[in-house]
Design a protein around this ligand. Sequence first.
Ligand code: ADP
Ligand code: ADP
Length: 233
Amino acid sequence: MIRFENVSVTYDGAYEPAVQDIDFTVPEGELTLLVGPSGTGKSTVLGAVSGLVPHFTGGTLRGRVTVAGRDTRTHKPRELADVVGTVGQDPLSHFVTDTVEDELAYGMESLGLAPDVMRRRVEETLDLLGLNELRDRPIATLSGGQQQRVAIGSVLTPHPKVLVLDEPTSALDPAAAEEVLAVLQRLVHDLGTTVLMAEHRLERVVHYADRVVLLPSSGARPVLGTPPEVMAV
Ligand code: ADP
Ligand code: ADP
């Protein structure tokens, strides 16, 4: 579903590539973790999946990234929005409307769907993420874990094949983090969504993962594995 072939990204003005010769595949319908210490290029890899890198960050991408068969160099993020949903660390920076229900509907507005389809998708997503009781609440009044679930819901309503998340639990306490991870696992198992999630605390999340891509601290090539086995590529 996601394929990196010999990918290197060098930001403008940088002496060294942010990632170098990355080669891995994320299979459809699995939860894959992207793990590595801070600065090893996790956000860069996720940006290359959603097309932010290099279209909005500048710099040069060598090699090839494809998502559901689309080359992200020739498709701008807007042209990938029906395939890839992106959620960051800070849910508050994600929101554009006031209430939970409006936020879930917002992501579909440019898709040209019929109003009854949009309403049905909002209902489905409220159920799926356990947000029904919160539908009319101003987002600002929710807990961090609830806000992160709303952020995930807002990118799910267009029914993306792929969800990429950049350390979505980093601002959450352990209980709220578990809630979010359980939701992600349900998406993978019930809907067949392909999830790629960056995380620097492997121990918190590894038991939710089907597969782990390990970015090396420097020099060495990335390691791709399915727990408990780890294969070098
Ligand atoms: P991680 O997510 O693992 O912390 P990043 O992908 O954010 O890693 O960063 C990898 C390297 O690229 C770091 O050296 C970082 O400083 C650099 N970098 C990230 N984004 C940019 C950018 N927009 N412009 C220039 N350098 C960047
Ligand atoms: P449409 O919204 O295009 O009319 P439906 O609402 O009938 O399609 O949904 C089609 C199927 O997609 C349903 O079985 C539904 O459970 C499932 N679905 C719900 N949410 C998602 C999602 N986020 N990604 C993929 N499929 C989803």
